[in-house]
Design a protein around this ligand. Structure first.
Ligand SMILES: *Cc1c(COP(=O)(O)O)cnc(C)c1O
Length: 365
């Protein structure tokens, strides 16, 4: 068995021990005589798996009891619609556009209400988080139902290091690529959500964490599909219909792995160390340049390029040959992207930086 170092942005690396546990339990889960894949979601064995996943997530992310946790399907993308349909009570929201996924969410929300773009970094190639001072006063004065951000911009490699103050207006955040990468203060948000395949599980599970009072009256828009009705999903324990049973089981194992490794503070330390190794290299390199402005750098996705597309392609090929896979950048940015999520070991990052140095040496003579 030869496992590679996987820097893919999502689906992405999972802890080897989690995969091994899933494999060991595949044919017979704890003496049930069947796989989790074959289990009724209404069975008590499965309910235990589900409850344990939620309880573990609540512990590691310190989620207060007045927040509901939903395990949904449809990716982060479905929530681009679910959020306005549930929360646009007065029909108006403010969006901060910091990349492709924020722009998609903003465009989707326009189908359901009035949307104001409060700030964007589009004109500098989404290389930074824009200035957000004053957003709170504006949001309160306008009476927005919520202010929306994408906290870590997976494609561009930027991240909010301070959340915008939104006063009484709920902050809604897409944390898909930074969820469980560092401690999170859930009380800062009205709703926070993440597709699990980036840093916290596998594709097909989206975790939505939402404050009780925002959903107690049901969806703002009567056209909201039952599946996206957060109140209904909360009342039915995310089992309004068949959930992604295996995906939630796997997410639960990832949560346990994080807890055993020291929790979110330990994840943050490791992720800062890993991303820092690459950023330190970039800061002194004469060949590679980072895409993100230093103050906006992501601890999860590191974007860089040489400025020469052929060299970028040669770098990606050479990396793949060395078992460093998934470093090709997204087509919107080009160049390279190393996603150094929780399950990517520091040895992989060291190997990548060594290869960058070797490549630079070879191509700057
Ligand atoms: C990947 C990603 C999405 C889209 O997720 P899907 O699960 O493919 O719908 C949205 N937002 C962010 C920040 C992402 O990284």
């Amino acid at each position: 068995m030869a496992r590679v170092f996987n820097f893919a942005a999502g689906p992405s690396a999972l802890p080897e021990s989690v995969l091994a546990e899933c494999a060991a339990e595949m044919l017979d889960y704890h003496g049930c005589g069947m796989s989790v894949l074959e289990m009724s979601h209404r069975s008590s064995s499965y309910q235990q798996i589900f409850d344990d996943a939620e309880a573990t997530l609540r512990r590691i992310a310190n989620i207060p009891s007045n927040y509901r946790v939903l395990f949904l399907q449809g990716g982060a993308t479905l929530q681009f619609a679910g959020i306005p349909m549930n929360l646009m009570v007065s029909g108006r929201a403010g969006y901060l556009v910091t990349g492709n996924f924020a722009a998609k969410a903003e465009r989707e929300a326009r189908k359901y209400g009035e949307v104001d773009v409060l700030a964007t970094s589009e004109y500098t190639g989404f290389d930074r988080i824009p200035e957000v001072a004053g957003v709170g006063e504006l949001a309160e004065a306008t009476g927005y139902d919520y202010v929306y951000i994408c906290q870590n911009n997976t494609i561009f490699g930027t991240q909010y290091h301070e959340l915008p103050q939104t006063g009484e207006v709920p902050l809604v955040s897409d944390v898909s690529s930074c969820f469980l990468a560092e401690p999170i203060d859930v009380t800062r948000y009205g709703l926070v959500y993440a597709g699990a395949q980036k840093n916290a599980g596998c594709a097909g599970v989206t975790v939505v964490i939402v404050r009780d009072d925002l959903i107690e009256n049901g969806p703002a828009l009567p056209c909201c599909p039952t599946y996206l009705d957060y109140r209904e999903q909360a009342e039915k324990g995310s089992m309004l219909n068949t959930p992604n049973t295996f995906g939630i089981y796997l997410c639960g194992k990832v949560y346990h792995w994080i807890e055993a490794a020291g929790g979110l503070a330990a994840m943050e330390r490791m992720n800062r160390e890993k991303s820092g190794l690459i950023y330190d290299y970039l800061d002194q390199s004469h060949l590679f340049h980072g895409h993100a402005q230093p103050a906006s750098r992501s601890i999860a996705n590191v974007t860089f390029r040489t400025g020469d597309e052929r060299l970028d392609a040669a770098f990606v090929d050479g990396a793949t040959q060395r078992g460093l896979v998934g470093v090709k950048g997204h087509r919107l940015v080009g160049g390279m992207r190393a996603s150094v999520y929780n399950a990517v070991p520091i040895e992989g990052v060291r190997a990548l930086v060594d290869y960058m140095a070797e490549f630079e040496d070879e191509h700057t003579k």
